[in-house]
Design a protein around this ligand. Structure first.
Ligand SMILES: [Zn+2]
Length: 306
């Protein structure tokens, strides 16, 4: 049997240096790679390393003044609080790398059918400000860049993070060729939701069964709309997990695996390439979060090996 290896996009500078008790698991990126190595899942993947995005190109999705403020560390106290991450040179470096990681995943997915970014899904970043641990919006950036490069005509962003993809929805609100779809917990952050092209709010405390039934409805609705994307950017976040510190849903790891397999199979069957991002995930330890983020990589292996 031929051993197919799927692209994994990762940069050793992805980790974010943060104080010990910070809510964001800053080292979850390297912990994820370690987890994939320990479990052997990495054997099914070929590593690719992104180059940093230029400020000029990032302006396809962000206000140049905001990009400059990030570059130079010129953020007000209020802006820093809204972002939720302390400014550092390391943060700047990884913030310019990660959007290109998602773009590279998308470009590779167009060639191979599937590619996985071991970061990305920073969907709370808006046109001119960062929020909720998100500096730049990799999903909006990658989608617009692919269309600008004429690599795709229509892109679907399917966001399964427990929090609504408000930044993505608002940046892309007038982009008719990029379809934003968010399945999220109704009662969770952000308090003021944006309007995605399709939103599926889920009630607090919902578990696997309710979630998977909403996902099925969502995919039926997408088929009915017949948007016919050339590519799907899938945010396979794991903060929907019962033990997540910021999520308010009660999904199990088995349920998340199921969710990922449903999404991947759906678009694979329609021969639509998929690029995945890891999105949010918060837990007691970075290892525990990394373990949950490895689920999408196992799901890809399971769905695409046949
Ligand atoms: Zn989230």
């Amino acid at each position: 049997m031929r051993n197919i290896r799927y692209p994994i996009i990762y940069h050793p500078s992805y980790d974010i240096p943060l104080p010990e008790n910070h809510r964001f698991p800053g080292t979850k990126y390297s912990a994820l790679i370690k987890e994939l190595e320990t479990t052997g899942i990495i054997e099914n993947y070929l590593k690719y390393v992104p180059k940093p995005a230029t400020a000029k190109y990032l302006s396809i999705a962000h206000d140049p003044f905001y990009i400059q403020a990030i570059e130079t560390g010129n953020l007000s106290k209020q802006e820093q609080t809204r972002l939720g991450l302390p400014w550092s040179k390391t943060l700047v470096q990884r913030s310019f790398l990660a959007p290109n990681g998602t773009l590279l995943a998308a470009q590779l997915a167009l060639q191979t059918g599937i590619a996985c970014h071991a970061a990305g899904g920073t969907h709370h970043a808006h046109w001119d400000f960062g929020a909720g641990f998100c500096v730049f919006n990799d999903l909006a950036y990658a989608a617009r860049a692919l269309i600008a490069m004429k690599l795709a005509k229509r892109i679907l962003i399917l966001d399964c993070d427990v929090h609504q993809g408000d930044g993505t929805a608002s940046i892309l609100s007038n982009d008719r060729d990029i379809f934003t779809c968010s399945i999220h917990c109704a009662e969770n952050y952000p308090p003021k939701k944006a309007k995605s092209k399709l939103d599926f709010p889920i009630l607090r405390g919902s578990g696997d069964e309710e979630y998977l039934s909403v996902l099925a409805q969502c995919l039926i609705e997408m088929d009915r709309i017949n948007f016919a994307p050339d590519l799907v950017l899938y945010d396979a976040a794991v903060d929907v997990h019962n033990n997540d510190k910021l999520g308010l849903l009660k999904m199990t790891s088995v349920g998340i695996y199921q969710r990922d397999k449903v999404v991947l199979s759906h678009f694979k069957n329609q021969q639509v390439p998929i690029a995945t991002t890891i999105g949010g995930g918060y837990g007691e330890t970075h290892e525990e979060v990394a373990q949950r983020h490895s689920i999408i990589f196992a799901a890809v292996q399971s769905v695409f090996q046949n």
